[in-house]
Design a protein around this ligand. Structure first.
Ligand code: PAF
Length: 296
C-alpha cells in the first residue's frame, strides 16, 4: 500500500518504521522541505523515507495524520487538493474536537480515527525508541462510498498489532479523553511521572474528577460509570508509571499543549449541557497559566 504519514513526531515515526518493515511504500510529509528523512527504530537498521514530495502524496492510498491536535487543521487543509478521491485519511492524536473544521472539506473520503496506547520517544530527529507496546483502536468518523476501512485496520494490525476495529469510535475516544483529562494536566502541574499520581490525596482528587467527567460523557448519550472510569485511570497510571505524559513533556519543553482538545473539550461539552465541572476548570486554568509562563 502507498502510505503517506503527516508528522514525523514519535507516533508518526513509529508507524512509519513498522509499516515500512511490513513491506509498504511509506513516505513522510512534514513542516520542513527536506526531500528525505532517516529514522532508526531502537537498534534496527536506519530507514530513509522520501519526504515532502507531492507525487507520493498524490499516489497515497492512505494518509495517516499523526500531528498534535492543535496542528490538525494547518497540517491537513493544504494537502487536500493533492490526494486522490479513493485515499483514506486516518487521524491519530490525543483529545477531541480538532477535526471539526477539517471534516466538511473531506466529504468525499473515508475518514478514520485511531487511538493508541503505544509509547514512543524521539531521542533526536533520527532516533526513535518504542518505549511501551500498546493497543490501537480504530473506527470510522465518516464513510464515503468505497469501503476499504476494515482492510486498513487489518493491514495496520499486521504491521503493529494489536489493532481492533470499533464500530462505536466515539465511545473509545471519550474513554481515552477521560483518562487524558485525569493524568495529563495533573502530571504537568505536579511535574511528575504518571506513577507519582498514585498517592491517596491525588487519587481522591482523581476520583472527584471522574465524577465530573462521567456526568458529561453520560449526558453525551454514552456509557460511563464513575467507578469504572476511576478504576481504568488507576490501571493506566500503573501501566505507564515510569512514563512522563505528553502534556508533562509539552510543558517541560516549553511547547503548546493539547489542553484545549482534552480538558477544554470536556468543559465545552459540559457548558453545552449545563453541567458544572469546577475541578476540570481549575486544572484547565492552571495549564493555561503554565503555558503563558512558558511564553515569557
Ligand atoms: O498523553 C499521554 O501521555 C498518554 O495518552 C497517557 C495515556 C496519559 C500515558 O502517558
Amino acid at each position: 500500500m502507498n502510505i503517506c504519514i503527516l508528522g514525523a513526531g514519535a507516533i508518526g515515526s513509529l508507524w512509519a518504521c513498522y509499516l515500512h518493515k511490513a513491506g509498504h511504500n511509506v513516505s513522510l510529509w512534514t513542516k520542513g522541505d527536506e526531500p528525505s528523512i532517516t529514522l532508526s527504530l531502537d537498534d534496527l537498521p536506519a530507514i530513509t523515507f522520501p519526504a515532502n514530495q507531492t507525487t507520493h502524496l498524490s499516489h497515497a492510498d492512505l494518509v495517516l495524520i499523526a500531528v498534535k491536535a492543535w496542528q490538525v487543521e494547518t497540517a491537513t487543509l493544504p494537502i487536500i487538493s493533492f490526494i486522490k478521491p479513493s485515499c483514506t485519511l486516518l487521524f491519530t492524536h490525543n483529545g477531541m474536537g480538532a477535526i471539526q473544521g477539517v471534516l466538511p472539506k473531506l466529504s468525499k473520503h473515508n475518514v478514520l480515527f485511531a487511538t493508541t496506547t503505544h509509547g514512543a520517544l524521539k531521542q533526536n530527529p533520527h532516533q526513535l525508541t518504542h518505549t511501551g507496546y500498546g493497543h490501537t483502536t480504530i473506527g470510522a468518523l465518516q464513510q464515503y462510498g468505497h469501503d476499504g476501512s476494515r482492510s486498513i485496520s487489518d493491514m495496520l494490525h499486521q504491521a503493529l498489532g494489536p489493532v481492533t476495529w470499533d464500530d462505536n469510535i466515539q465511545q473509545a475516544l471519550w474513554s481515552k479523553l477521560a483518562i487524558n483529562c485525569c493524568i495529563n494536566p495533573l502530571t504537568a502541574i505536579k511535574n511528575c511521572r504518571n506513577g507519582e499520581l498514585g498517592d491517596p490525596a491525588t487519587l481522591a482528587f482523581i476520583d472527584a474528577l471522574c465524577l465530573e467527567i462521567s456526568s458529561v460523557i453520560h449526558a453525551e448519550g454514552l456509557i460511563c460509570k464513575r467507578e469504572a472510569l476511576f478504576e481504568q485511570v488507576q490501571q493506566v497510571i500503573q501501566a505507564t508509571k515510569d512514563n512522563y505524559s505528553s502534556m508533562h513533556q509539552d510543558i517541560y519543553h516549553g511547547r503548546a499543549t493539547e489542553i484545549d482538545y482534552i480538558t477544554g473539550y470536556l468543559i465545552q461539552r459540559a457548558q453545552a449541557r449545563n453541567l458544572n465541572v469546577p475541578l476540570n476548570e481549575k486544572l484547565f486554568k492552571q495549564i493555561k497559566q503554565q503555558e503563558a509562563n512558558n511564553d515569557h
